[in-house]
Design a protein around this ligand. Structure first.
Ligand SMILES: [Zn+2]
Length: 262
């Protein structure tokens, strides 16, 4: 299977890379942050209905994670990715509008080492749940420094890719695997979400959706109806789309880049 994949990649390596996402025009990654109960109860049901796999960026101190570990394990077993979103979800409290950040989880007062240790222990816990040794990372609040010092280099030593929070479409040739762009969903309509998919097809690009609440449980929310309409649209357009967990897309981008090198 693997040999066949490499052969097929070699065959197509002379063609332009972007616009070829495993033979499809565009790629879609569905990401869900903070390990909420609605991810298990709302989002996953719809993904399963259409047999799509998503990436769930888990904060392991979240109550719905701690209380329902067997459900998260079953989700991983079904092919969804459990991504690393730290243990305690620290964010830089010195940024504007971050009054809600607690003193204990204020990244501006953390050392890089403390953050790196926090991330490493989260990996240990996630491996205990899903048995996987490889996964992607998502920056909490999109923050990339602790105590004013960047920890991006350390993140990229432990992960093949990391998702950021800057909106935008990505191309195989140019995407920054240490800060993969994503569209944060905040009360978006089904039309808006579907429009992003159409734009990705037009550009031959990757589009990453960043969900928190799906039908509640978080201030950054999308209605279950809008979410489900998006997923149904992905199914309708599946001849044009590769829908996959972030880890698979990152692996694919790396293979394509290697093959494209003269
Ligand atoms: Zn988060």
């Amino acid at each position: 299977m693997k040999i066949l994949m490499v052969f097929l990649l070699l065959l197509s390596s002379t063609a332009a890379i972007s616009g070829d996402w495993k033979g499809k025009k565009a790629a879609v990654v569905l990401t869900y942050d903070d390990a909420l109960g609605v991810h298990l109860d709302n989002a996953m049901q719809t993904l399963d209905k259409y047999r799509f796999k998503g990436t769930f960026y888990v904060t392991v101190s979240s109550e719905p994670f701690k209380a329902r570990i067997s459900d998260w394990r079953a989700m991983a077993k079904a092919g969804h990715e459990l991504g690393n979103h730290t243990m305690f979800h620290p964010c830089d409290g010195s940024q504007p509008g971050r009054d809600w950040v607690s003193k204990a989880t204020d990244l501006s007062t953390w050392s890089v080492q403390r953050m790196v240790d926090n991330i490493a222990m989260t990996n240990v816990l996630l491996t205990a749940v899903d048995g996987k040794s490889k996964r992607t990372f998502a920056y909490t609040c999109g923050d990339k420094s602790a105590g004013g010092e960047s920890f991006v280099g350390q993140v990229m030593q432990s992960f093949p890719g990391a998702r950021g929070v800057q909106g935008g479409y990505e191309k195989i040739e140019t995407m920054d695997l240490s800060d993969i762009r994503s569209f944060m969903v905040m009360g978006d309509s089904a039309e808006k979400l579907i429009g992003r998919v159409d734009e990705a097809i037009k550009q031959g690009a990757l589009v990453v959706f960043l969900f928190h609440g799906v039908g509640g449980e978080h201030g950054l929310d999308v209605s279950k109806e809008a979410h489900d309409a998006l997923i149904a649209y992905l199914d309708k357009k599946k001849s044009d789309l590769w829908v996959a967990p972030m880890i698979d897309v990152v692996d694919y981008v790396k293979v394509r880049r290697k093959l494209a090198k003269p």
